[in-house]
Structure formats: C-alpha cells, structure tokens
Design a protein around this ligand. Sequence first.
Ligand SMILES: Nc1ncnc2c1ncn2[C@@H]1O[C@H](COP(=O)(O)OP(=O)(O)O)[C@@H](O)[C@H]1O
Ligand SMILES: [Mg+2]
Length: 261
Amino acid sequence: MPSIAQSQRMKHLGLKIAVLNFSGNVGKTTLARHLLRPRLPQAAFISIETINADGQEELLVKGSDYARVQEEVLVKDAVIVDVGGSNTEQFFSGMRHYPGSHEDYDLFITPCVEGLKQQQDTLRCVKALAALGVPANKICVVFNLVARKRNWATVFDPLLNFVRDEGLCRAEIMASVQKSDVLSRLHGQPDTVASILNDSRDYKTELMRSHTAETTLELAEKFALQIMAKDTQENLDAVFQALVKKSGLPRNSNYGIPPNL
Ligand SMILES: Nc1ncnc2c1ncn2[C@@H]1O[C@H](COP(=O)(O)OP(=O)(O)O)[C@@H](O)[C@H]1O
Ligand SMILES: [Mg+2]
C-alpha cells in the first residue's frame, strides 16, 4: 500500500494539464514553466506556439497540429501543455474535431489578470471549455500578477460574478499568483526559481567587497533576487497545492471564492 504522501505524489505525477486563455501576456507560459513544471518533474512539456517561441521550449508544436499534441497527451503519463494565445482558437477547433479528447486532461488552467478585456477573454475561454463538456472542477481560473494590497472584490468583479452565477469553473482566489520580480526576470531564461534559491554564492559579502559601480549593481540585483525568490517559491507552492488538492467542487459550492468576497 502506498503511503498518503506517495499516493499524493503519484497523483501529482500523473496529471495532464493544459494552460490556456485567448489573451496573450496573462502568464500562461510563466505559470506552465514556473508553477507547474518544477512540481511535475516527470511531465512532458508541450508548447503550442507559432510566434512567441523563445528557444526554451522542450517540444514545440504548431496549433494546426492538434493530432500531434493529442498523441503526446495520450502516450505520456503526465503532460503540461502551454497553449499560446494565438493558437487557442485552433486548439479548440482540434478539441471539437476529436470529440472527447478533452477527457484526456485532468485540469485546464486559465490564468487571468485584472484588465477587463483579459477577464472577458477568460470568461470566453471557460465557456468554450464548458461547451465542450469539461466539468467545472476541471477548469480553474488562476489570478495572476496580483499586487499584494489589491481589493479583490472590486478588481475581479466581472469574473467573480461570472464564476458565482454560471458555476462553470473554479476560481482559487485565495491562491493567486503574486506579481513577482523574480518571475518577470525569468522570462525567456533557462533559470528557475529553484536555481536562484540554490545558488550558493554569497552575494551579500561579494557586494560589500565590490569596488566598481557596475559589479555592485549586478551583485545587488542578484542578492535582491535571491531574497525575493523565497517568497515567490512559497506563493507558487501554495497555489499548486490549491490547484491539485480538489478532485471535486468545494463542498459549499462557492467555486473557490470565500463567502465574504
Ligand atoms: N506573476 C508574475 N509576476 C511578474 N511578472 C509576470 C508574472 N506572470 C507573468 N509575468 C510576466 O508577464 C509577461 C507575460 O507572461 P507570459 O507568461 O509570457 O504570458 P503568456 O504566455 O500568457 O503570453 C512576461 O514578461 C512575464 O515575465
Ligand atoms: Mg506564452
């Protein structure tokens, strides 16, 4: 009999997740690479991208080649699919063309940021998934680029009302991805939050010994990144836990939104 920790681990390793939204720049690639990939180390990573490829892709597939994506999703035990914004329509066409293919996924993550257009695109994406027959517990909106002192209820009002009224998805509002300088610095880079944390160089001491303005600035930036990476890692850990912990809808059916919001 596997222990609870082992079975949790097996469950995590077996996840098949697609990250998608009609909007660009909402953090699909960031969440796929820095929230999901390090926590699903066995997962194959598929990028459906045509225009924004940055050389960090493991397997790059065109949106028009849905069959190739589907093949990977079927044969692998765990996959993360990062659907580029401009490929989302084609991804949906593919899912319609292969009825039932959405059932191969355990989770669809739709990152959302606070702009009205991005919230509307998120609703559109959730509705399109629901129209294919994806149940609410498998669709999760993840709020991204959230400033710490934001007034949630005001900023995300359109989306929260939609989630409450339609009940087509989860919105783990208490597990939102904060705006992080670490994540923005990692954009297009091979480094990870963990590699920053594991960097054993003592930037503080080096900084105190530094004599040129240029090195001082570089060392100060690296030192600051190391300090901030801890917060970012803790935030991402909490979000991941919230995403994978539920196999069904929350018991009180509030779709992840606390009653006081
Ligand atoms: N939580 C975050 N904190 C800081 N910057 C972020 C965060 N999420 C995304 N970004 C930045 O926003 C930009 C767009 O993110 P990206 O993941 O490329 O979006 P998408 O894949 O949806 O187009 C990138 O520069 C990325 O570094
Ligand atoms: Mg992207």
